[in-house]
Design a protein around this ligand. Structure first.
Ligand code: SF4
Length: 423
């Protein structure tokens, strides 16, 4: 039943944040809130922040200012990674009423009940070491594809990364719960689930970081045997956790799409060591080779960071040459930027910003070439495409099993359907 109040939510950052915003939204709807668009006037605004974006602070301030202009007496709640890392900084932004840390974001409804307009900003946050337990979430914005969070947090300590400080120890849902979430998603008519986590390959840890006996491989096996949703993707997996048995399994699977996203970050073993990554380039190359041998049509995406401290011209060239040598499909490039409290801040020499930007440009253009090569290689083939709904320009978009994007004029009968399509 409606409580007579309206709420609008906004997400910054990654797929995991989107799935969590959806879960928060459903919790508030159960509590009687009516959902509004973020551009509409609402009684309560929730901003789910990210710590990875360079200007989380600026973005957050801008959003709060926009809200204040539109709805000066609305309550503003800020949560997410940035809220966990810098709660005081956020509480000082004029117009913010409530800051919720990692452990409190799913208790938003009860926090809102205790809030009175005009009070100074309240912070509900604990030390990240004390954040335990797993809260399942999935996005249900469109009917076609859903991001299902199955794992959260990370026990690694890559020297550039603040995520473990914002999200805490690695912990996971149980396989049983994941299957029951999949049932709900299937009932909503969704055709594709993207399995999402911070360090997905680490699936199987409970809140204390101990192993439950379940692994990401056993989760995939359980999903394969389960009826319901037709297609699954693995959002991103660390190369050292992408085991040979997982690759073999995906190669023989009818449900897991031929698509991997595998963070590399650097093609230089020296830089990988300084980043505290848990693999060397040789292992990475081996994984790509094995995937391409077993699944020749597989789409492979890679994350790369340019301009990490200590990255000389030679190191960068080594990365570029390594990327050229790999049979991959696209790259996501991140220009290194300093993050408070990370080990990387102590590494010398820093790379000047204009050099970082030039390196990013070079890798982006390489990504474009890789994507073109991949698409060209498959042009003329007929592949299954899952189409989404109509977009603003009267078109519809969809992805092949191996993640080639297709756009065509909207046809209602194709919406949320898998159609055999000649590329
Ligand atoms: S694996 Fe490394 S980069 Fe990824 S979340 Fe964990 S610490 Fe961050």
């Amino acid at each position: 039943m409606s409580n007579g109040r309206t709420v609008a939510l906004h997400t910054l950052g990654c797929k995991l944040n989107y799935s969590e915003t959806s879960a928060i939204e459903r919790l508030l709807e159960q509590d009687g809130f009516v959902r509004k668009e973020f551009t509409d006037k609402a009684d309560v605004y929730v901003i789910n922040t990210c710590s990875v974006t360079d200007n989380a602070d600026k973005e957050c301030r801008q959003l709060v200012r926009r809200i204040q202009r539109k709805a000066p007496v609305a309550m503003v709640v800020v949560t997410g990674c940035y809220a966990q890392l810098k709660p005081k900084e956020i509480a000082e932004i004029p117009g913010v009423n409530l800051v919720l840390g990692a452990a409190e974001k799913f208790n938003i409804a009860s926090h809102l009940k205790e809030l009175t307009y005009g009070d100074s900003a309240k912070i509900c946050s604990c030390e990240i070491e004390d954040v335990e337990g797993f809260h399942s979430s999935f996005s249900l914005a469109g009917r076609t594809r859903t991001f299902l969070k199955v794992q959260d947090g990370c026990d690694y300590n890559c020297s550039f990364c603040t995520i473990p400080m914002a999200r805490g120890k690695s912990r996971s849902n149980t396989t049983e719960n994941v299957l029951s979430e999949i049932k709900k998603i299937a009932q909503a008519g969704v055709k594709e689930i993207v399995l999402t986590g911070i360090n997905l390959g680490d699936f199987g840890k409970d809140g204390s970081g101990a192993r439950s006996g379940e692994t990401f491989y056993s989760l995939l096996q359980a999903i394969e045997e389960n009826d319901g949703v037709k297609r699954y993707r693995i959002s991103s997996i660390e190369p050292n956790l992408l085991t040979k048995e997982i690759i073999r399994f995906v190669a023989g699977s009818k449900k897991i799409m031929p698509h991997f996203h595998i963070p590399l970050q650097s093609g230089s073993n020296k830089i990988l060591g300084m980043m505290r990554r848990r693999y060397k380039r040789e292992l990475y190359a081996e994984r790509i080779e094995m995937i391409k041998n077993l699944i020749p049509d597989c789409c492979i995406g890679i994350d790369v960071i340019t301009g990490f401290p200590g990255e000389s011209d030679n190191d960068f060239q080594e990365t570029a040459n390594f990327l050229i040598s790999l049979d991959i499909s696209y790259l996501h490039v991140f220009t290194y930027s300093e993050r408070a409290n990370t080990h990387a801040l102590q590494i010398d020499p820093i790379v000047p910003v204009h050099v970082r930007n030039e390196r990013t440009k070079i890798i982006r253009s390489l990504s474009y070439q890789k994507m073109q090569q991949f698409t060209r290689k498959h042009s003329g083939e007929t592949r299954p495409v899952l189409f989404e709904g109509e977009n603003k320009s009267g078109m519809m978009e969809g992805y092949t099993d191996n993640y080639i994007k297709i756009a065509t004029p909207f046809k209602a009968e194709w919406s949320n359907e898998i159609v055999d399509w000649k590329i």
